[in-house]
Design a protein around this ligand. Structure first.
Ligand SMILES: Cc1ncc(COP(=O)(O)O)c(C=O)c1O
Length: 392
């Protein structure tokens, strides 16, 4: 490996949201307990980014700044190189995060009281984006068959009669599915027929661990592209969430303008100039780092799979095709969700995202973050093994 994926960088009391949440629950923890929750990495960023930000900040007046030509070229080139997606510069709308963009697009594309469809268990801020703008959440739970999740097309087709918008996670957080082109075609056929717009949140699209490649929703067909917004960002891929820079890509001019209008009504004018620099540097210089990261994530996925089979009776990892978030089926431990949470936090010293926060179908599951040095993950797994053995 050229890059360092083994050093653990201290983050306790650093302001990290993930660490602060753990320390609030258990301020007295031993120093070697690392949280496995919130989706950022316990891994240093690509050094190219830190170097470029240092140089840039030292040699630049930090005034109001728009992304320049080279920023847009870097984003366009990334989409073409990594995703086979030819985009045009004016399709890109920058946003200080995908979650804010989802909130704003729900406001832009629907009216109060409109129905917005979700596929739970799903990333819980999707619920907030709908609820907090006075729209109605309609759930179309994923179907789980022998540990594999699928879209319930029949139910979706019924809900699409009255639903106006779908917020879709692709790859899917938390169940780790990478949707195939065929699945997306089936989905888009329903959406086009029943006039359901799609917000395709593809923030994890670079983190593909299995064989199946990621398909950008907008590449399914020209019609699908005209009826969607694709949410992208360098933040999951390169661990840049704190820089709050994302690219929302909307081929349809009318939709784009509606979204931009809401942005401006809310007083939002662009992102942080250091975020633009980091995104450009990542997309131009950090592909080598990403390839090595993917190797580490695959190793960590394999470690969880083999360790659970050998040592964690009642804990079944769901096959992780994409994202670095491993969905663990703990229902066979026979604990109620709150008891499971207590056991994980108090007995195993596991600070994870509890399955129940992801809505329908989440209870009895844990979501753990694999983006950490392999030795850190191993220690966590050993702590869970020991806690299960003590429980008998
Ligand atoms: C599916 C999904 N969307 C959005 C986000 C967060 O996006 P942002 O930090 O750009 O608001 C996450 C973070 O985990 C996520 O998993």
């Amino acid at each position: 490996m050229t890059y360092d994926f083994t050093t653990l960088h201290p983050r306790a009391n650093s302001g990290s949201s993930k660490w602060a949440a753990m320390q609030a629950i258990r301020p007295d923890l031993p120093a070697d307990v690392i949280p496995l929750s919130v989706a950022d990495m316990e891994l240093l960023n690509p050094p190219e980014i830190a170097e470029q930000l240092g140089r840039y900040a030292a040699g630049t007046i930090l005034g109001y700044t728009r992304p320049g030509d080279s920023y847009y070229e870097a984003v366009e080139s990334w989409m073409a190189r990594r995703h086979g997606w030819q985009i045009q510069r004016d399709w890109i709308v920058t946003s200080p995060g995908v979650v804010p963009a989802l909130f704003h697009m729900v406001l832009a594309f629907t009216q109060p009281g409109d129905q917005v469809i979700l596929f739970p268990p799903v990333y819980y801020p999707f619920y907030n984006a709908v609820r907090e703008s006075g729209r109605e959440i309609v759930e179309c739970p994923l179907l789980e068959k022998d540990g594999r999740y699928e879209i319930d097309y029949d139910r979706f087709s019924q809900l699409a009669e009255t639903g106006k918008l779908l917020i879709f996670s692709s790859p899917h957080n938390p169940v780790g599915r990478v949707w195939s082109r065929e699945e997306l075609e089936k989905l888009s056929a329903i959406c086009l027929e029943k006039e359901v717009l799609v917000l395709s949140d593809e923030i994890h699209f670079d983190l593909i661990l299995g064989e199946r490649p990621h398909t950008v929703y907008a590449t399914v067909s020209k019609e699908a592209a005209e009826h969607c917004a694709v949410c992208t960002a360098p933040s999951k891929t390169f661990n840049l969430a704190g820089l709050q820079t994302s690219n929302i890509i909307i081929p349809n001019k009318e939709l784009r303008e509606k979204y931009q209008k809401v942005q401006s009504q809310l007083g939002l004018h662009g992102c942080n100039m250091l975020g633009y620099q980091a995104c450009e540097t990542a997309y131009r210089q950090c592909e080598g780092w990403l390839e090595e990261l993917l190797t580490v994530l695959r190793e960590n996925r394999e470690l969880v799979r083999t360790f659970a089979a050998a040592w964690l009776p009642g804990v079944k990892p769901v096959e992780l095709e994409g994202t670095y978030l491993q969905w663990l089926d703990c229902r066979d431990l026979g604990m109620e969700p709150k008891e499971l949470e207590r056991f994980m936090q108090q007995e195993a010293l596991w600070f994870t995202d509890e399955g129940y926060i992801f809505g329908t179908g989440g209870a009895g599951y844990e979501r753990i973050n694999l983006a950490c040095p392999t030795w850190v993950l191993r220690k966590a797994l050993e702590r869970l093994r020991d806690a299960l053995q003590r429980r008998g």
